[in-house]
Design a protein around this ligand. Structure first.
Ligand code: FES
Length: 423
């Protein structure tokens, strides 16, 4: 009997303990699930917030930016960098190194737009553009660059400029295994500086050769930045070429490595010296058209496939600068979808893309010289003309490009008194 009572009591105690353990286990499970859900929710929330930020960072049309800093980049003072922060203080959209922004400025009674490459790698707080003042070319009637002069002379810290989201196809390849050769002249260094700042942070950056051509030490811009990159980037070979070095002021091997006008053979000699196969490199040209065309012809003559060439033209302004004989004195241009209209005037030296931007009408663009096709726009009424056949027409994707129905506004003008575009 005594044993039976002990057995029953033991059974009761064990059952009670088992029930306690079971209850704890249920509570633990409930908390675990709750925490898991909370963690998931937290993750989802983080993802939501970051995608909201990315969404907010993009914008349509033009956005106000405040100039927060100006830096003169060379001794002669004809290149100035502008640091630009968004006025709304929201984050900035990421961009690919090498892309440009379109800047819109009211000057006098007219609104002007110009494209400038971003000269820094991505920073969510600010963009940097570096602008060369386009002085009036000697012995010509061409005036000085209106916008670059205005930026240099009138735009200081606190000024507001309007900017479109970065765009452009002059960017680094997706995978950078092949050696890259950059051939740049003057202010054409800007997208390359941005690209180098991206490459230097890659775990295995490719070998890079930069030929940077300037007149002499007084025009040599961003010297410190290039030299700093050279010390950080093991595979970077920088060759500065002065076309007119100043005696006693510019020091060979210290300030510059090459002199005279750069030519294709010199580039090939340098590549051989550092044991790079010219046929295995990708070539990026950035500078005035004449500089790029000459080097491309010389390199192509040495059996380098032109598919290895990538270029971005850096002219002060891409304009026609000659009277357009088949254009009317005045043409009414209607941008049908946006309900805007404008007047194109003979002698104002504007392509239709510039006219649309000045009117606040957004047309996609990239090369702005008629070679990429990204600005292709439908013509609903009227006719357009080109100074010369756009390069895009020679490309495969232009097979179905009907020039009476579509146009490339970056290089065309109205040929009829009224032109209606579907934008
Ligand atoms: S922007 Fe490239 S063709 Fe017009």
């Amino acid at each position: 009997m005594k044993w039976l009572i002990v057995f029953i009591l033991t059974l009761l105690v064990c059952s009670y303990i088992a029930w306690l353990v079971y209850r704890e286990w249920l509570q633990f499970q409930a908390q675990y699930v709750q925490r898991g859900l909370a963690a998931n929710n937290w993750q989802q929330r983080c993802q939501q917030v970051s995608s909201q930020l990315v969404e907010q960072s993009h914008w349509q049309g033009f956005r106000d930016f405040v100039v927060t800093r100006r830096v003169v980049e060379n001794p002669v003072g004809d290149i100035i960098s502008f640091y630009l922060r968004p006025r709304d203080e929201l984050p900035l959209s990421p961009f690919s190194a090498g892309q440009h922004v379109t800047v819109r400025l009211p000057i006098g009674s007219r609104v002007y737009t110009r494209c400038y490459s971003l000269s820094e790698s991505y920073n969510p707080d600010y963009y940097r553009i570096s602008v060369k003042r386009a002085d009036a070319p000697a012995k010509t009637n061409h005036p000085a660059g209106k916008v670059s002069s205005y930026l240099h002379e009138e735009v200081y810290e606190g000024a507001i400029v309007e900017i479109r989201e970065p765009q452009g196809s002059f960017v680094l390849p997706e995978s950078t295994i092949e050696p890259l050769v950059f051939l740049v002249a003057g202010v054409g260094y800007t997208p390359v500086l941005s690209m180098l700042k991206v490459l230097v942070n890659q775990p295995f950056p490719p070998p890079v050769v930069v030929f940077y051509c300037v007149r002499n030490g007084s025009h040599h811009a961003a010297k410190d930045e290039f030299e700093a990159l050279q010390t950080q980037y093991q595979g970077l070979h920088l060759y500065v070429s002065y076309s007119h070095p100043r005696s006693a002021l510019d020091w060979p091997e210290i300030d510059y490595q090459l002199s005279g006008r750069l030519n294709g053979q010199t580039c090939l000699d340098v590549l051989a010296e550092i044991s790079l196969q010219p046929q295995q490199c990708q070539y990026y040209f950035c500078g005035p058209e004449a500089f790029m065309t000459k080097l491309q012809q010389e390199l192509a003559a040495s059996d380098i496939d032109t598919s290895q060439f990538h270029d971005e033209c850096f002219s002060a302004t891409v304009t026609h600068q000659v009277p357009l004989l088949d254009a009317p004195e005045l043409s009414e241009v209607v941008f049908s979808s946006s309900g805007r209209r404008s007047e194109w005037l003979q002698g104002e030296d504007r392509w239709l893309l510039t006219l649309s931007e000045e009117e606040g009408v957004s047309i996609n663009s990239s090369c702005r010289k008629g070679s990429c096709g990204s600005c292709m726009t439908e013509i609903l009424e009227g006719e357009v003309g080109y100074l010369k056949d756009p390069e895009f027409l020679n490309q495969k994707q232009a097979n179905h490009f009907d020039t009476s129905r579509y146009c490339l506004p970056c290089v065309c003008y109205p040929k009829s008194n009224r032109l209606v575009l579907n934008v």
